[in-house]
Design a protein around this ligand. Sequence first.
Ligand SMILES: Cc1cc2nc3c(=O)[nH]c(=O)nc-3n(C[C@H](O)[C@H](O)[C@H](O)COP(=O)(O)OP(=O)(O)OC[C@H]3O[C@@H](n4cnc5c(N)ncnc54)[C@H](O)[C@@H]3O)c2cc1C
Length: 462
Amino acid sequence: MDTSTQRLPVAVIGAGPVGLAAAAQLATRGLDFVVLEAGDRIAASIGEWAHVRLFSPWRYDTDPAARTLLEATGWAAPDPERLPTGGELVDDYLTPLAAHPAIAPHIRLNAAVVAIARQGFDKVRTAGREAAPFLIRLADGTELPASAVIDASGTWRTPNPVGGNGIPAQGEIGAYADGRVFNGMPDVTGRLRTQFAGRSVAVVGAGHSATGTLIALADLAAAEPGTTVHWVLRASTPVRAYGGGDNDALPARGAIGTRIKALVDEGIVTVHTGFLVQEVTDEGLVSADGRKLDAAVIVNATGARPDHSPAAELRLDVDPILGSTRTLAPLIDPNEHSCGTVPPHGVDQLAHPEPGFYVVGAKSYGRAPTFLLATGYEQARSVVAALAGDWTAARDVRLDLPETGVCSSDFTDDSAGSSCCGPAPATVEVGRGLATGVAGGLLSLPLVDVSATASAGGSCCG
Ligand SMILES: Cc1cc2nc3c(=O)[nH]c(=O)nc-3n(C[C@H](O)[C@H](O)[C@H](O)COP(=O)(O)OP(=O)(O)OC[C@H]3O[C@@H](n4cnc5c(N)ncnc54)[C@H](O)[C@@H]3O)c2cc1C
């Protein structure tokens, strides 16, 4: 990159928690930057699940560089042991951070990035490519140059379909248009109560978004007669979704699995296993093996996937399964790590063949369902250190999180736990990471210790 290009700002795509953490790191290192946020407010995606309580307490939810900036303004960190809602995360941490004088002037709202290229270069042209600035096009047609790009745009806006084959089920698109399908974790007991009360509801998915919604629907059913709750799973048993229960290092997370198991045992939630959604009809859902489930409303809690299409003219090295980088994929693949760990990782695992372009945050995990804020903050720190030329700091990646040293979920379903002892990738650094969870939704297994000597499977299977 020539010196004139280096003087251009670093473009951060998305003002979610990880994009703002990158901004805090950039501000701290004195690098110019611009944060481009599609929404009309910061953290627009979290705004859509503001009613949901996180299962990580505050001490895992803030970025160290951001804390340092904020504390200098008199901001007091919330009680580290308390569990914030998404709304509190925005109001009590992200909004003050975005308002910080070192960050606020650099944020542009209503700035949806639709394309990223290298100025003067299509994907094929090589000679001189690295010296060219990035060119970023916004939805309103505005274009701006950047010295580097940190894509922290998340996956919330591109949910997986309800269809069991990964493509929309027959009739699914029409059902969305009719307003009968809701994504993620709709506020079923609050803002959207009238849409769910007294109706038959099918929740599709196996992760924490699904189980959290099922619990809220059970509360609704207790108050609103006629509300029936169905849980639609591709798996042959819900056992994996019950998680680690009392063994979970985050009690709030363990409690979700314990509660959902009780609701199933009591018959308040009816489970439909092995149900591959083939069709969404006016009456409800039809499975690939012809079963019919009456449901007036459907909640699509099947997770989300990354949208790499804005970067189609960049040279990306994307894992064919997950859509993360290929280097990161073996560390997070739910096929391999149903009971595994997430080793600390940074710029080297996030790099693409396009120098200066990085995907961080939830999007960096692609379709792997186990991303956590603390991981994204460390990614942002490492990438920004590399952009500042501080490769020692960039490569000193670590996650300092509590360990349980156990992985004692007594899953009886298929592969759970069977493949968690795979060899650690050669790039694993010494440090601590988080256990990954089951496929679909968020993680549901204990925090575990990861060290280079123990290997990624050491504390899980030892
Ligand atoms: C319901 C739920 C509960 C969760 N609970 C926890 C928890 O307890 N603990 C934990 O550690 N993690 C949790 N997570 C996981 C994860 O930490 C969050 O998803 C987190 O919000 C990810 O942060 P992010 O900055 O990567 O992406 P996001 O928060 O999704 O932010 C991305 C931002 O980019 C913007 N954007 C998107 N596309 C564009 C574009 N083209 N141009 C410009 N801007 C764009 C969006 O508007 C958004 O503001 C939870 C996730 C969900 C969905």
